[in-house]
Write a protein that binds this ligand. Structure first.
Ligand code: IP8
Length: 258
């Protein structure tokens, strides 16, 4: 099985509220349509989730009554994005079905407290492609919390042990410094636990409601232990995802356990 995350920064414009990048999503859907193996897809929330979730501190759980309206509207917004992604996938011949995180998992303290692979497994067995996403979820201890797409990626990797896990980002992979600020930034082609320890913790400051890049890479290192190959590719470059899933050599960061 191949497990693919479509990053929120690729399928949406993260700085403009609820702005879908249809052309990018349609291209990625076509690339996915060429996969010859079983697929599962997870997508991020981008500007359909992060802007309002941050404004109302939804990642902190229930603090005040005024957040409840935001829980409802952010849930609706991420479903609107999920529907757009489903339409794009179906238009390119992929038999996609939606699996919201709370239909497979229960949550407590912002973490998964139980996870059932059954809704995914039953649909995969039928030849369907389950599509999950980052969402606002009921949380036993916090009232509600945010489940990131990456948390679903981890649960799915543990449950299905995919051959390949691909994260589509808006950069070529992980760099030794911020490539948007420094022309001297170099791509790290193989990222492991030592690379993580060498990363400057200051990067943690650039956090959104689902955490910092540091935390996301920590999770990818866990995922790498549950699949044959885990990589980050640039979803904005046509053909990268297609070539990665076809097993061709591509510009990427390979995340390796250890
Ligand atoms: O974009 C975030 O999921 P992510 C979910 O995968 C919400 O981190 C609702 C902000």
């Amino acid at each position: 099985m191949i497990l693919v995350k479509l990053g929120g920064s690729v399928i949406t414009d993260k700085s403009r509220l609820r702005t879908f990048r249809k052309a990018s999503c349609d291209r990625l859907s076509k690339e996915l349509g060429q996969a010859r193996a079983a697929l599962a897809v997870v997508h991020g929330a981008g500007s359909f989730g992060h802007i309002e979730a941050k404004k109302h501190a939804l990642h902190k759980g229930y603090k005040k009554e005024s957040q409840i309206q935001a829980v409802a509207s952010v849930q609706r917004d991420v479903r609107e994005l999920n529907l757009k992604v489903l339409e794009s996938l179906i238009d390119s011949g992929i038999r996609a079905v939606s699996v919201p995180p709370a239909s497979a998992g229960t949550f407590s303290g912002g973490k998964l407290s139980s996870f059932s692979k059954t809704p995914f497994e039953v649909q995969l067995d039928l030849g369907l492609i389950p599509v999950s996403f980052g969402d606002v979820v009921p949380d036993r201890s916090m009232g509600f919390s945010i489940c990131s797409g990456d948390l679903m990626m981890e649960a799915l990797a543990k449950a299905f042990r995919p051959k390949l896990v691909v994260f589509c980002a808006d950069v070529d992979g992980v760099f030794d410094r911020d490539p948007k600020r420094s022309a001297r930034a170099e791509l790290i082609t193989e990222f492991d636990g030592t690379s993580l320890r060498n990363m400057r913790r200051t990067q943690a400051r650039h956090a959104d409601v689902t955490g910092s890049i540091y935390g996301k890479l920590e999770r990818m290192l866990v995922i790498a232990r549950h699949c044959e190959k885990c990589m980050i590719v640039n979803g904005n470059v046509p053909g990268r995802l297609r070539n990665a899933i076809a097993g061709r050599q591509v510009i990427a960061t390979r995340v390796v356990p250890g």
